[in-house]
Design a protein around this ligand. Structure first.
Ligand code: NAD
Ligand code: DAU
Length: 345
């Protein structure tokens, strides 16, 4: 493993992973292959832009010719696939691109892995493929997939295709299923960066429903370390859950965030819920722990670190929260906020 094609590497987790790998492996070449959708952003990669071991290719993973050309040109031996449409609310508004990228695009990358005899194909997946989980239980890698949103279904479909290529063609694949990542460079449509940037501006925080839904908020660099471990020590054909092992209610996340930013609870607005909202995700992380990995940050530490990063990096998010983002925000929240009671719940 020395020449990595990191698809979706200009997004949130992908760009953190690129920087992490260049910092930790001096002999690796890293090629980011990214379509630069609304969520892809070369500002995320500014710190490595002048590194001679890093290259950027603008391309779509659904374009088999362009994928093959990148593999040939850079003598790629490993693909790590972060490319996806990733926001559940957008998948409810319009699922088409989710299906294109995660289902057809993953198939294109698997075919390329087979054709060029690559050493490894690693798929970045999510805890959402298990569906919502009743209290007292944590999802194991062998559990049945039960996705409930178009986003989750597109990711579960990709996982099934990756497994099919392992079983049928013996492709050298691995899959990791991560919980909710937070940290630097996350597009401010996701709840933590949206709420942090709204709180900095004194704008309301639209909490869906009662806010008692539970998520495992994990620091993005912990996730990157675990992916690195699976790449180097994971067993082929296997799936590894990556989380903190501890889930918290969204309302608790909001309280920590507001306290860290010194913002008032009166910014909280309970708004109409997300359709089909999964109440709880929870991962059993025994399998990745057995490889020797432990999360370095609790959810509270991750939320505080993230809030501080957004406070200190307005240069990054102010230009995003304009133009197309405002149209999205209005479509997603305009009516919800107009109909919400104004007192904190
Ligand atoms: P993101 O939305 O920030 O970035 C996605 C990146 O993929 C963008 O740079 C975008 O331009 C690129 N992309 C989209 N469609 C593409 C295509 N057809 N061809 C090439 N590039 C394309 O996403 P993220 O939050 O960094 O998530 C990365 C991966 O991790 C996704 O597969 C996601 O499902 C998974 N994941 C995310 C989380 C999370 O909490 N954010 C948790 C678990 C798993
Ligand atoms: O669990 C992993 C998944 O985490 C990833 O696979 C997805 O790509 C990523 O988007 C994320 O999905 P969620 O739907 O859990 O994340 P989101 O940040 O959208 O929402 C987190 C929780 O906060 C969820 O319970 C919904 C709630 N929420 C979200 C938004 C955007 C609100 O209450 N208000 C909001 O405005």
């Amino acid at each position: 493993m020395k020449n990595l094609l990191i698809t979706g590497g200009a997004g949130f987790i992908g760009s953190n992973f690129v920087t992490y790998m260049l910092n930790n492996y001096t002999t690796y070449q890293v090629v980011v292959y990214d379509k630069l959708t609304y969520a892809g952003n070369l500002d995320n990669l500014l710190s490595v832009a002048d590194d001679p071991r890093y290259r950027f290719v603008k391309g779509d993973i659904c374009d088999a010719t362009a994928v093959a050309q990148a593999i040939r040109q850079y003598e790629i031996d490993t693909i790590i696939n972060f490319a996806a449409e990733t926001h559940v609310d957008r998948s409810i508004m319009d699922p088409d691109a989710f299906i294109q990228t995660s289902v057809y695009g993953t198939y294109v990358l698997l075919e390329a892995t087979k054709r060029f005899g690559l050493e490894r194909f690693h798929q970045i997946s999510t805890d959402e493929v298990y569906g919502h989980i009743p209290p007292g239980y944590s999802s194991k890698e062998t559990d049945k997939l039960d996705p409930r949103s178009p986003y989750a279904a597109s990711k579960a479909s990709a996982d099934l295709m990756v497994n099919a290529y392992f079983v049928t063609y013996g492709l050298p694949v691995t899959i990791t299923r991560g919980s909710n990542n937070i940290g630097p460079y996350q597009y401010p449509e996701k709840v933590v960066p949206l709420f942090a940037t709204n709180a900095i501006d004194g704008e309301p925080l639209p909490v869906y429903g009662d806010g008692r839904q539970m998520r495992e908020y994990q620091y993005v660099l912990d996730h990157c370390e675990a992916i690195d471990l699976v790449l180097h020590q994971g067993a082929l054909g296997e799936v590894y859950n990556i989380g903190t092992g501890v889930e918290i209610e969204n309302m608790r996340m909001v309280e920590i965030l507001l306290d860290e930013l010194g913002a008032p609870r009166s910014l909280i607005r309970h708004v109409a819920d997300r359709p089909g909202h999964d109440r709880r995700y929870s991962l059993d992380i025994g399998k990745i722990r057995a490889l020797g990995w432990e999360p370095r940050h609790t959810a509270e530490e991750a939320i505080r670190l993230t809030a501080r990063w957004y406070r200190e990096n307005e240069w990054w998010w102010r230009k995003i929260k304009s133009g197309d983002f405002l149209a999205y925000y209005q479509a997603q929240y305009g009516r919800r906020l107009a109909e919400a009671p104004t007192t904190a719940g």
